[in-house]
Design a protein around this ligand. Structure first.
Ligand code: GLP
Length: 241
């Protein structure tokens, strides 16, 4: 595991983007696993800058997002599809048909989840997966639990996650209670993983994750310790404990 401790959010975003830019430059048809949440927004801004100023080419890039709220379609401002379009896809030369975000309105959810994993495999698998981390240690929407799903699945969000994410909605009641999430196995199959954590509200979970030499499904992010190519990028606030 590689750890970068950056001064602030801006430096963290630049570090993450520089790794991605290098990977995209090496492999023009790279498959990226992408995350939502406030943490990767700065990284996406840097990628947009690299596209606009340095001609970074996304025309052959494919993407798979980690998760989506059930019940929201892509035109809903709080859907993760909308988020990705707004924060990245609309500003680069990516072919939208190469971008995949789970469909929160899928009719047969179970079949859809299986199909999502199949599609990832059929594309050749994720080369680089970007992850944020929930304050309770979740990655994607894999919440702390006794058992975690390997494949993409339907998950029920924890109260703490609903509270954390309520800031993006008009009221806490509007936050969906369920989501489609890539499973721990889907994530661990990525060839390279980059986990980002920024801000004081991530300090406690990062301390738990980095200090304890254990893995536990009660901190889903701890399972990343079993992966052979994980880079963690934190800012000083997230590293402060
Ligand atoms: C959501 C997403 C996660 C993300 C987490 C942290 O729950 N499903 O993928 O990592 O939020 O979000 P933030 O970056 O806003 O702290």
């Amino acid at each position: 595991m590689k750890l970068f401790i950056e001064k602030d959010y801006d430096a963290l975003s630049k570090r993450a983007a520089s790794i991605l830019i290098e990977e995209i430059s090496k492999k023009e048809d790279i498959i990226l696993g992408l995350a939502t949440g406030s943490t990767p927004i700065g990284t996406y801004k840097e990628l947009i800058r690299a596209h606009k100023e340095d001609g970074l080419d996304f025309s052959k890039v494919k993407t798979f997002n980690l998760d989506e709220y059930i019940g929201l379609d892509g035109s809903h401002p709080n859907s993760y599809r909308y988020f990705m379009d707004e924060h990245l896809f609309n500003h680069i030369n990516i072919d939208k048909s190469n971008t995949h975000v789970p469909d929160g309105k899928a009719e047969d959810l179970e079949a859809y989840c299986k199909e999502y994993d199949r599609l990832i495999e059929e594309s050749g698998g994720i080369d680089v997966q970007i992850l944020g981390i929930g304050s309770n240690g979740h990655i994607a929407f894999n919440e702390p639990a006794e058992e975690l799903s390997l494949g993409t699945t339907v998950v029920r969000l924890k109260e703490s996650t609903i509270r954390d994410n309520a800031r993006f909605f008009n009221s806490i009641e509007e936050v969906p209670k369920t989501a489609i999430s890539m499973g721990i196995g889907s994530i661990m199959k990525a060839r390279k993983i980059i986990l980002l954590a920024s801000g004081k509200n991530k300090a406690e979970i990062m301390a738990k994750l980095l200090k304890n030499d254990v893995v536990t499904t009660q901190i889903p992010a701890s399972l990343l310790k079993l992966h052979h190519d994980v880079t963690i990028i934190v800012d000083e606030d997230a590293y402060s404990e």
